[in-house]
Design a protein around this ligand. Structure first.
Ligand SMILES: [Zn+2]
Length: 408
């Protein structure tokens, strides 16, 4: 099959005017100007006045909570938000979660997302979900002592860190791409982090975590006080790791320096000057979630400094408990509004950069020979600024190709 369009934005060189892409099976065979691609016996799909670009990749999301859209008002305190989401979660059944995940996958696809890094507290439900796009399933793991209702079904059933992680590994067998997500240094123990890292290395699976998201998390680790500290102490967490440290330095203690590069770290809003010394030595991928960040009113994301240190920064939506929808176009616009970064580079944050974070740089994020044929089309508008046109796209993406198949 040959796809033709007014412009092909490959993310692998300058856009190609009157471009064409030859697709066979699930792969891209050839990319060039229409006039250069001989049609031979290929079926031609002429998209006319459209821009073709790689399918977008969401680097951080929790589709479990798609059904919580609009349910929780922006909170005064992060600890209050955790209480509020726990109260909402207590009302949901396994069936509700399956519906929620499926609705999220369908919505992400409508917005042109063709791959997603999704954290789920219920890896046992993966087999029951549809998979209209390429999903990386990260089992979200928590072992903070907790008398309240936010214990996952998983941690109720098994005891001990090894049990938790091995059970999750078993449940992840239904997933094509698997990962562990020890939730955060304030909800996952040192043993849980170490065990996840060890098994992930052995099984060659992915690792992600939340880190340094809120002021209260920084306050808890640095000063051993504040609303998050009080909340966690109250539910029985061992608080002896708090005081005189930072979330990042705690994470560095919990994880193996040589494996650091494999981690996908969500947020990293709270970074002290001593943390920056550490960041010069340790590299990992970072996911910034611009609209969720604004909802919480978190400390300004230190994008320029992290970029100077050569971090691979990606964008994500986070869950709809703190966001309006799963559009990465809206995330790009929000990011652009704050950082005035070159639009082409912003588009890299939902294509090339997350492909690198997910170790897919040889097959995702570009329209290039031998890459996966995950391609979307947007209406072409007469503007000299094609990347701005892309960032400004609003609505449902009109045409999607997933793994070489035109998708309805
Ligand atoms: Zn998250």
């Amino acid at each position: 099959m040959i796809l033709r369009a007014r412009t092909v934005v490959t993310m692998d060189g300058p856009p190609i005017e009157n471009g064409a892409v030859r697709v066979r099976g699930d792969r891209i065979l050839e990319v060039g100007e229409s006039s250069q691609l001989a049609s031979s016996n290929d079926e031609i799909v002429d998209l006319g006045e459209h821009i073709l670009l790689p399918g977008l990749i969401n680097a951080h999301c929790h589709l479990d909570y798609t059904c919580l859209r609009g349910k929780i008002a922006p909170p005064q305190s992060f600890a209050d938000w955790i209480r509020a989401i726990n109260a909402e979660k207590a009302k949901l059944s396994a069936e509700d979660y399956v519906v929620s995940i499926n609705q999220g996958l369908a919505e992400a696809k409508q917005f042109g997302t063709t791959a997603i890094a999704n954290l789920t507290a219920f890896p046992e439900l993966i087999a029951k979900t549809d998979e209209p796009i390429w999903a990386w399933w990260f089992a979200e793991l928590i072992d903070v002592r907790n008398r309240a209702q936010n214990l996952t079904a998983l941690s109720r059933q098994v005891s001990g860190v090894n049990g938790i992680v091995n059970r999750a590994l078993e449940q992840l067998s239904a997933a094509n791409q698997r990962g562990f997500a020890p939730h955060a240094p304030f909800t996952a123990s040192a043993n849980l982090y170490r065990c996840c890292e060890e098994i992930a290395q052995r099984e060659k699976i992915f690792l992600t975590t939340h880190l340094a998201e809120s002021r209260e998390e920084m306050q808890m680790f640095r000063e051993a006080n504040g609303p998050l500290y009080d909340f966690l102490k109250e539910i029985g967490r061992d608080m002896s790791d708090c005081g005189g440290t930072t979330p990042l330095s705690r994470f560095a203690d919990l994880t193996d320096a040589s494996a650091a590069q494999g981690w996908i770290v969500a947020h990293l809003n709270e970074v002290s000057e001593t943390d920056f010394d550490l960041l010069r030595k340790r590299k990992f991928s970072i996911v910034h979630c611009p609209r969720s960040h604004a909802y919480f009113g978190h400390t300004d994301f230190q994008f320029e400094r992290l970029r100077e240190l050569d971090f691979n920064v990606c964008l994500g939506t986070d869950s709809l408990a703190s966001n309006d929808d799963l559009s990465l176009f809206a995330e790009m616009r929000k990011f652009q509004e704050r950082f005035h970064f070159e639009p082409q580079k912003v588009l890299e944050m939902v294509t090339i950069n997350p492909a690198r974070a997910l170790k897919q740089r040889d097959q995702l994020g570009k329209i290039r020979q031998r890459f996966m044929a995950n391609i979307i089309a947007l209406p072409f508008t007469k503007s000299p600024h094609i990347f701005e046109t892309i960032l400004n796209f609003v609505g449902k993406v009109p045409w999607i190709m997933l793994h070489g198949r035109i998708s309805s």
